[in-house]
Design a protein around this ligand. Structure first.
Ligand code: 7RM
Length: 653
């Protein structure tokens, strides 16, 4: 396999503002240097920032591709996220500021959380849940989701959160794979003014999930004791959360867990086949997320941190719940959609709660750009001091828009690269020291070693190649639940004879400063006339055009070139498609990055097919561009989008 060609040049630079650097937790590169000199020593010291019941005796046992971190020690994740703050001034500090989509609000202090988590843990125990048992969590984004996760952690039960937007079939498959004993759900959740029927979905899922013995139902819909006809409670199996909690005891000590005990399983859909149950363990995971939350988001006691991700994704696990709470931070949690009831809901929330650190995804940023600058302008965003991005490569244009229109030129941006499998952020700026470049996730954080490799595992110092993590790290996945072979094959078999090299599946380029530019999944890389082109660069060029809000680029078979490019383009509000604009965009790309990347086809569309976590699904666009039947569409947020696109694409030719 040849290297990936590097096309796009981005020369803008953003040094950290002086006032930011002065107060930042990390304000020199010495941390990187000392961590590189003694990786294990570095992580041991970060692990010691946690509260341990018994100290660990060994830092790392590494028998590639298997790592054990901090063995010999015992600790509890819920204790670290809640109990340890109770004996400090944080006792009455807001832990969770919650806002429901309909506008209901609740604030839980650390003390409130302490009460709720212990009661929830007792409730689980009273239903027979024991250490090591699996508990499914299928809830809207409400405080009970965090409480349930922490309650599981408290008693050593393994949670598996399933995103509330998933279907009954997805829930069923995950509960069966995990052999869950209990499912925690709600009578409904709110999304764009509609009620998502979570309990009905659960009933449907459980028709064929015999391991589940009990269902706990949070009453989310208003109306006294809950609408039993809607929730349809099944005698003996189903229990209202509030009824059990009313009698649950706060007397429930945190279970001492071994460092390598499983904390949770989180399913992630691979490109093909059944979802993978990514397994994370206790001490390494918490060390990784606590340390990166503190350093990357520069969290201080007076910060209000809003990570917009749902708990159904790893971002919600690591940077909505575990990382911030381990740091004793105040978090904002919002249940609903960014455009409900209007397209400024996020900015209204930022202004109302005085959000200081805001972390969202490029897909959302591009939607804000598309909707227009006037939405954020209406609100007071002056408390914001730091912005973050995660989930996909962020196009330089979106980065600069975010910097200007949300950060008002004042807030550093941290573009954080990581995965469900890495557990915590791996490549990211540190906001007090890194001079950022729009579109680059910059460098590996202290304690991580990322390289670009070619097919023979030779290091590529500059240029394009395969991203690899060459040393183990504490929050790495430990296996795939029930399928250890798949763990080895998927992540540690890219370079034969080198089970020590982790392959994340992404391509990247490295510039002269050693900065990484993630180019996307290698499955998406294009090959045009022998040039390997990352989709990200062509998409970024398109998005630079003032008419374009979002673009997805795929390859289609071409007799001469091997592949030709097909681009799917969404326009910004106020722009209209025409054949002139199509020609203009083709010329624009050719001009920006070279004739090699000039798209053969451009299709204008109102929406792009995305996964439920907002990542563009190029595989289906390839099916369309190559005239094939559509592959699996079950993981899409809205399967209608892709069916509509197919029709449109075929009728234009
Ligand atoms: C956190 C998360 C992982 C994949 C990863 C990449 C892509 C995530 C960035 C990014 C470029 C980023 N976990 N990705 N963050 N690409 N820049 N800052 O998203 O398991 O759901 O996805 O997402 O391809 O491999 S995930």
């Amino acid at each position: 396999m040849s290297d990936i060609d590097v096309l796009l040049q981005e020369n803008r630079r953003f040094a950290p503002p002086g006032h930011f650097s002065e107060q930042a937790h990390v304000n020199s590169w010495a941390l990187h240097q000392s961590a590189a000199a003694d990786m294990e020593g570095y992580w041991a010291s970060r692990a010691r920032e946690l509260d341990w019941f018994t100290p660990f005796t060994s830092v790392l046992e590494w028998t590639p591709p298997r790592a054990k971190w901090f063995t010999g020690g015992t600790l509890n994740v819920a204790y670290n996220c809640v109990d340890r703050h109770i004996s400090t001034a944080r006792r009455n500090k807001a832990a969770i500021i919650f806002e429901g989509e309909p506008g209901d609000r609740r604030t839980l202090t650390y003390w409130d959380l302490y009460v709720e988590v212990r009661k929830c843990a007792s409730m689980l125990k009273s239903l027979g849940v024991q250490k090591g048992d699996r508990v499914g969590i299928y809830l809207p984004l409400i405080p009970e989701a965090a409480i349930a996760m922490l309650a599981c952690a408290r008693i050593g039960a393994i949670h598996s959160v399933v995103f509330g937007g998933f279907s009954p079939e997805s829930l069923r498959d995950r509960m069966n794979d995990a052999q869950a004993k209990v499912v925690i759900t709600a009578d409904g959740g709110y999304r764009r003014g509609q009620v998502v029927p979570l309990k009905r979905n659960t009933d449907k899922a459980l028709e064929d999930a015999p391991s589940v013995q009990h269902v706990i139902v949070v009453q989310r819909r208003p109306g006294g004791l809950g609408d039993e006809s809607f929730a349809d409670m099944r005698e003996g199996r189903d229990h209202w959360w509030h009824r059990l909690m009313a009698h649950a005891s706060t007397d429930c000590p945190a279970e001492p867990m071994d460092s390598e005990d499983v904390l949770f399983i989180l399913y992630t859909s691979g490109t093909t086949g059944k979802p993978k149950g990514i397994v994370h363990t206790t001490a390494g995971y918490l060390t990784g997320v606590a340390a990166t939350t503190r350093d990357v988001f520069d969290l201080k006691d007076d910060d209000v941190f809003w990570c917009t991700a749902d708990v159904g994704w790893i971002t919600g696990h690591s940077y909505l719940v575990y990382g911030p709470l381990a740091n004793g931070a105040t978090i904002v949690m919002y249940e609903g959609a960014p455009d409900w009831p209007d397209k400024d809901r996020f900015w209204e929330i930022c202004a109302r709660h005085g959000v200081t650190v805001f972390y969202t995804a490029p897909t959302a940023i591009r939607a804000f750009m598309k909707w227009g600058d006037h939405w954020p302008t209406r609100h007071d965003l002056s408390r914001l001091r730091l912005l973050g991005s995660v989930g996909e490569p962020i196009n330089p244009e979106a980065w600069v828009w975010y910097h200007e229109h949300i950060g008002h030129g004042r807030c550093p941006i941290v573009d954080t690269w990581w995965q469900t499998e890495t557990g915590a952020i791996v490549i990211s700026p540190l906001p007090g020291i890194t001079t950022t470049k729009p579109g680059s996730a910059t460098k590996a954080l202290p304690g991580y070693t990322a390289e670009l490799l070619d097919a023979n595992a030779t290091v590529i110092p500059t240029g394009g190649g395969l991203l690899a993590l060459t040393r183990p790290w504490p929050s790495m996945l430990r296996t795939i639940w029930g399928d250890d072979n798949r763990y080895v094959e998927t992540y540690f078999s890219k370079w034969p004879g080198r089970p020590d090299l982790y392959f994340p599946g992404d391509g990247a380029k490295r510039d002269d400063d050693g900065f990484f530019w993630i180019l996307g999944r290698v499955d998406d890389v294009l090959n045009v006339a022998g040039h390997r082109i990352g989709t990200m660069e062509v998409e970024s060029a398109l998005v630079e055009h003032p008419a374009v809000a979002e673009a997805a680029v795929v390859g289609k078979v071409h007799e001469l070139k091997g592949q030709a490019l097909a681009a799917f383009v969404t326009l910004r509000t106020g722009f209209h498609h025409s054949s002139e604009l199509r020609d203009e965009l083709k010329a624009f790309v050719a001009d920006k990055i070279g004739a090699i990347a000039r798209p053969d086809d451009i299709l204008f569309s109102a929406d792009l097919p995305k996964t439920r976590s907002g990542k563009i699904m190029r595989r289906l666009l390839r099916d369309i561009a190559e005239g094939r039947a559509l592959g699996d569409t079950t993981t899409l947020a809205d399967p209608n989008v892709v069916a509509g696109l197919k029709e449109q694409y075929e009728s234009q030719e």
